[in-house]
Write a protein that binds this ligand. Sequence first.
Ligand code: IPD
Ligand code: CA
Ligand code: CA
Length: 257
Amino acid sequence: MEICLEETLKQVIAWVKEIGEIQRAYFRGTNLEIETKSNAYDVVTRVDKLSESMLLERIGSAFPTHAVLGEETGRHEASSPYLWVIDPLDGTNNYSQGLPVFTISVGLQYKGETVLGVVYAPYFDELYTAIKGKGASLNGKEIHVARKTELKYSVLGTGFPYDKDVNPENNADNLARILPNIRGVRRMGSAAYDLCCTAAGFLDGYWEICLHLWDICAGELILTEAGGIVRPFREGREINLVSGNPDIVREMSKYLR
Ligand code: IPD
Ligand code: CA
Ligand code: CA
């Protein structure tokens, strides 16, 4: 049975606002229980785990037949055509340091296509939303990608993978090539937020490598619904992407490998 996306969006907004309040309450506190995952650079806190368990509980109660892919707990299979793709706290490095760029990212796919995306930045109280074919908005106001066509006027976002010490393809080469040609670069620390800032025109473009579906599912829909494009720029097991308006993506692509 197909669900009503408008109604579902309202539910998701209530979930992320509730979880965002908890994230704000723990933020810059002393009881984060910071642990490392794959290596010293890859951290997780009790708030990541708590946020994911709350999302799983909310999704499970509202849509008991749906499948879920969550960063912290992996895949919860189901035969339903609906798959929720969640990153309960995107920007954990920032969060554990007391830096305010962190988000909750909730995407919903139907038969493999993302149909709904919500990214909430609790510290800033910025709520980015999109429904497939219905445009994208920030706190209820429609957003669009920047119109710039030249790199020399552009401020771009990017990021670096956690295995940057052992992986020679760590994006440092791309940064070195593109940096002399742009107005500025920002390393926000939350891929979901980078995509939303690009959707709203706060960044003119964004590229990154070695991402996972939970980092980008919601943000990609928000960006494309805001008139942007998202393209892979090389082969690879994980997700790599360049995004922005079509002109800036073409210009950026000249420097990315
Ligand atoms: C990370 C952030 C970061 C990106 C990393 C991601 P996490 O997600 O999105 O900006 O550079 O590749 O893994 O670990 O904070 O959820
Ligand atoms: Ca993430
Ligand atoms: Ca995360």
